[in-house]
Design a protein around this ligand. Sequence first.
Ligand code: ZN
Length: 495
Amino acid sequence: MHQILRIYNSLTRQKEVFQPLKPPFVGMYLCGPTVYGKAHLGHARAAITFDVIFRYLQHLNYKVRYVRNITDVGHLERDLDEGKDKIQQQAQLEAISPMEVAQRYTHTYHKNMEALNVLPPSIEPCASGHILEQIAMIEKIIAQGLAYIIDGSVYFDVMQYNQMHHYGKLSGRGIEASRSGTRTLAKQTDKKQRVDFALWKKAMPMHMMRWPSPWGEGFPGWHIECSAMSTKYLGNQFDIHGGGMDLLFPHHECEIAQAQAALQTNLATYWIHNNLVTIDGVKMGKSLGNFITLDALFTGSHPAIAQPYSPMALRFFMLQAHYRSTLAMTIEGLKAAQQGYRKLMNGLHLLTKRPHEGATPTHTSGLLDAAIDADCVACYSAINDDFNTAKVLACLFNLLKKINGWYNGTLDDGSISTTAWGQLRHTYTTFVSDLLGLKEEHPSTTDQTLTMLLPIYQEAKAAKRYHQIDAIRTALHKMGIAIKDHPNGVDWEYQ
Ligand code: ZN
């Protein structure tokens, strides 16, 4: 049933059969957030993409070590080699210390991820906790003659590196293109070439986060952090390195160069990049000022959205697009996702209703069984095809039609065999809950209310107490729940 998993590898620009280095172990690294502000939709897309990958690899019985870092130092404004540290800048704005900024936004990030049902990674290292490892890696690069020291800062020598290796193999950019593509620096640094990048920066008086090093007091460059943390926990060569498309160049290109220079490896076999969230046709990002935070989306406090959207509606919205496509944030899209999510959940709820085990079908044409089997196989084909969650959802809605058909009486109950029904139920719940990570969102008090009110509703119905019937329906309606009357009882579903 599981078939073969194929992954699009940004490094080779093609889909490849997934073959871990040391099965059953899989090492996966994702560039985590720079914690200087509240998480927004872009953060959610990366986290959800790799959460589905993490879940599916575990479903395939791999023992996955998933490392997702926290960047709490060294990420300078506009991703350049000069300027203020993003976290320090925020600290000045909020009149608190940089570590308080990092702590505050790490905490809100975790809260948001939990609401989105994103599983915690196996290891979550922070850059400021791995300064020694970064210094050691820089020393190795210097020893190879591929970095130079100028006035307390260390720079990677891209031209020298490119004599023996290929700088640009991930992004496909030649050095010349990279040089012209690098944004103009406000102040030209002391580095030899514009394309060179900082491994270690001398701390200026304004820099509050600083550490001693063989080159004087300073702080690490953003790129070296990820190379040092990934290899510390996953080894010099590991299976998957991921991140948003905007990190592919220069961040990931530099990570590869650093690993090649210091460790003589490619760093990772498969490079996976999720595409961006756009709003009005342009990338959504904090540095661009056009972002919607997750908190604002969940509470409806952003002026552009007018109403709250739940974390699961957002998760569904993101899963509806393949991770390599751009995702346009629209109100219509969010509304449709909320509806789609509730329909899928109704399916899960209905599946708990059928006490089918042991029942003998009256007759089986085999046609529906074959259709169910085809839909279940298609779910696996879709996820094996580079984690195509958009196709998975389409297959799940085909299965949902059968579930609803049985429930509404438009399908002949007997025409689905026990085996096929079991297969449907198993596949549907596995994909919806375990792999796509969609969960019931209503609080446990809703369950208690339903348990209490449904019998009262039934009694009222039998006694034709219409006043009471209306009151119960109205109360549940306010909770987003509709009562369904059936010949042999009552049930509920999301509206
Ligand atoms: Zn990174």
